[in-house]
Write a protein that binds this ligand. Structure first.
Ligand SMILES: [Zn+2]
Length: 248
């Protein structure tokens, strides 16, 4: 259903004068200044104010505000497919920064594991924006000469409430044990270095739960061999305070 909507929107973009999604400037769907805001700066390590236990190191491309927020929301809520490539470029930068520091260095390519949206959210929006951004990021990484693939092995194990509107404690309770790795996932995860990816990190609870699920699956699989290599995580954007915590 949404593919049709998205197609219609794309068609509209060909006919109607475009305006920048980030700032409204006419003439382009994303202007130079807004592109710079999205992926022009060096991605940085980010930390939520109260980092949940088990949160791997997270890198983000940009603060979640202004034009960046507009672009992320247009892609996620309104299915603006033409924004997948610039968002993917931003995420690819964060992934590259996340793996720049060897953690339990190991060979193989980069395995981008998206944090799954709830089935309800996907049904409501008709699309999984995080998965799409992850795929665009893998394309950007491969163009830059890095072996990278998306392995969407995480899924919701049970119903969870929408995280929006819950406080950090509520979010933790809501998501605790909520994710699992699909049956053939552990085998796929053994092929490279795992980087968890999401569009926006707010409290870090979703990424911590994703890390727990991946880790649990690997340990079950391992039995035989030691679990190797730390995990890292990358997001397009995170709240500005989570960048500033790094400045000391
Ligand atoms: Zn703009």
């Amino acid at each position: 259903m949404v593919p049709v909507l998205a197609w219609w929107r794309e068609l509209g973009g060909l006919v109607l004068p475009a305006a920048c999604t980030g700032c409204g400037d006419p003439g382009t769907t994303l202007c130079e200044a807004c592109r710079r805001a999205l992926y022009g700066a060096r991605p940085r390590r980010v930390r939520p104010a109260s980092g949940p236990a088990g949160l791997p190191p997270v890198h983000a491309a940009a603060p979640y505000e202004g034009a960046v927020r507009e672009v992320v929301l247009a892609h996620k809520e309104r299915g603006a497919l033409e924004l997948a490539a610039p968002l993917g470029a931003a995420l690819a930068g964060a992934v590259a920064a996340a793996v720049a520091v060897p953690r339990g260095a190991r060979g193989g390519g980069l395995l981008l594991v998206p944090v799954p949206s709830t089935p309800r959210a996907v049904a409501a929006r008709g699309q999984d924006a995080t998965l799409r951004a992850a795929r665009a990021a893998a394309v950007a990484l491969r163009r830059a000469g890095r072996a990278a693939e998306v392995v969407p092995v995480l899924r919701q194990r049970r119903r969870v409430a929408d995280q929006a509107g819950l406080d950090p404690g509520g979010r933790r309770a809501n998501l605790s044990g909520a994710l699992e790795v699909v049956r053939n996932g552990p085998r796929l995860l053994g092929r490279g270095r795992v980087v968890l990816v999401d569009d926006v990190m707010t409290t870090g609870v979703s990424l911590a739960e994703a890390a727990r699920a991946v880790d649990a699956a690997r340990r079950r699989e391992a039995g035989i061999r030691a679990v190797r290599g730390g995990m890292s995580a990358a997001v397009i954007a995170a709240p500005r305070p989570s960048f500033e915590i790094n400045r000391n």
